[in-house]
Design a protein around this ligand. Sequence first.
Ligand SMILES: *Cc1c(COP(=O)(O)O)cnc(C)c1O
Length: 228
Amino acid sequence: MSSSNMYDVKGNLHRVLSSLPDGVRLVAISKYHPNEYIEAAYAEGQRVFGESHEQELRQKHESLPKDIVWHFIGHLQTNKVKYIAPYIDMVEAVDSLRLLSEIDKQAARCGRVIDVLLELHIAEESTKYGLTLDDCRQLLAGGEWREMAHVRICGLMMMASLTDDQEQLRREFTTAADFFDEVKAQYFADAPWFCERSWGMSDDYLTAVECRSTMVRIGTSIFGPRVY
Ligand SMILES: *Cc1c(COP(=O)(O)O)cnc(C)c1O
């Protein structure tokens, strides 16, 4: 790809970064975008990138700088965990005890501790993955996670409904933020690493950061439309 037709990654990245308040980190979502785009953001100092497909992530991890911090943001099948366990920095969308347990097992094999977020399902769309608030309460109340020495639960992640309705977005993000407080007080009061609230994407991140997001996952606004 010639640089003349490369999307303005540099300009977009700085525009997004300058719109984020202190304390909110950017995960640049690079799925379906070529290495050149990631390298352009990397050259500007961006180190945290998110991908949602194991094979694509594997190729990018092998060919790109080793100090990139990779987040797996998509739905992760348990049979794929072993492939990413050696190097993944954070699995953002853990939505079952089974997946959590598999990540623990594979991380143990690699002698690692993998950071994870629990994915909440709050949006109206029925197709989205994630734990309902009650599922999440049950998972935590069950206590099995306490025995898992190779995963570290660092917070919560969610996707809001695909809507322009600001009130609805605000309601969903606030539900997630309030739930974070509940869980933090009940299970993670003594765990300073439980501090992440991953919400906000290209179309809704400004609202998300008003609703206490600590981590936004932004693809299109930086890299342009994805070509599937
Ligand atoms: C693709 C994706 C994003 C980024 O979406 P954009 O609208 O391109 O910013 C964020 N989070 C998840 C879970 C995604 O799959």
